[in-house]
Write a protein that binds this ligand. Structure first.
Ligand code: FES
Length: 114
């Protein structure tokens, strides 16, 4: 019996200082047979492409808030938000903070709604 490898498809926001003002989305396919937290998904994307900037931070328990990103239009905790195999997600920087690069934001610089 053959078993197909499932994937998670992520459309991730890409932007770098000095680049295009509006940024763009990159589609990435990550093989996974099990649910992944958004944070784990972002780390795997970074492993595939070292130029992709994201936070790989600290508590993994929904306490510190340093993993906050925007997923499918909602600001969420990346460490406690699970993505299922077969799912497609759009991942952007958190809406309330200035973007440093890609989905990494500066939590010291709130900007309000984009
Ligand atoms: S890593 Fe601390 S809240 Fe997610």
């Amino acid at each position: 019996m053959s078993q197909r490898t499932q994937t998670i498809t992520a459309r991730v926001f890409r932007w770098e200082p000095g680049g295009e003002k509006t940024g763009d989305f990159q589609t990435v396919h990550i093989p996974s047979e099990q649910p992944l937290s958004v944070m784990a998904l972002l780390a795997k994307i970074h492993d595939q492409d070292g130029t992709f900037a994201c936070r790989t931070s600290t508590c993994f328990k929904g306490i510190c808030g340093s993993c906050m990103v925007r997923v499918n239009g909602q600001d969420v905790m990346g460490c406690t938000t699970l993505i299922q195999p077969g799912e497609t997600v759009v991942i952007e920087p958190h809406s309330q903070f200035r973007v440093i690069r890609d989905v990494a934001v500066d939590f010291a610089q709130p900007v309000g709604d984009r």
